[in-house]
Design a binder for this molecule. Structure first.
Ligand SMILES: [Zn+2]
Ligand SMILES: [Zn+2]
Length: 128
């Protein structure tokens, strides 16, 4: 498989994962797989990064920046303490040679009725 990250231009990736039919509308409705870039650590839709023809590269980059990335920013998980997004956390952990297997734990907040995520950078002791 040939990978090219429309976000940072890297050709290295960490892995590919299925996201299933998560979105019924919007640009992500046709996305079934995401590939995580090993440089910027963003999950990039495979339709924008896998085996892209050379003459489509600019088009795909444009699509990522204008349509997909804003949507991805809206839906991606971030730490509720430091507000870092998952890719910033993974990059930080990578730079400091810390395993990024689990990067969040969830804290239940009865008031908001939802779980909050705390990252490994904010509370590394919780991951030992
Ligand atoms: Zn990248
Ligand atoms: Zn944090």
């Amino acid at each position: 498989m040939k990978f090219l990250c429309p976000n940072c231009g890297s050709v290295q990736f960490k892995g590919k994962q299925s996201i299933g039919k998560k979105f019924l509308s919007g640009p992500y409705k046709n996305v079934l797989f995401e590939i995580q870039c090993s440089k910027c650590f963003m999950d990039i839709p495979s339709i924008l990064s896998e085996n892209i023809n050379d003459d489509k590269i600019n088009e795909v980059k444009d699509l990522w920046i204008k349509e997909f990335k804003p949507e991805h920013l809206k839906h991606s998980s971030n730490c509720s303490k430091c507000l870092r997004k998952y890719w910033e956390i993974e990059k930080y952990l990578f730079d400091y040679n810390i395993s990024s297997k689990d990067i969040f734990y969830q804290v239940y907040k009865p008031k908001s009725g939802a779980g909050e995520l705390i990252c490994k950078i904010c509370d590394s002791s919780a991951f030992k």
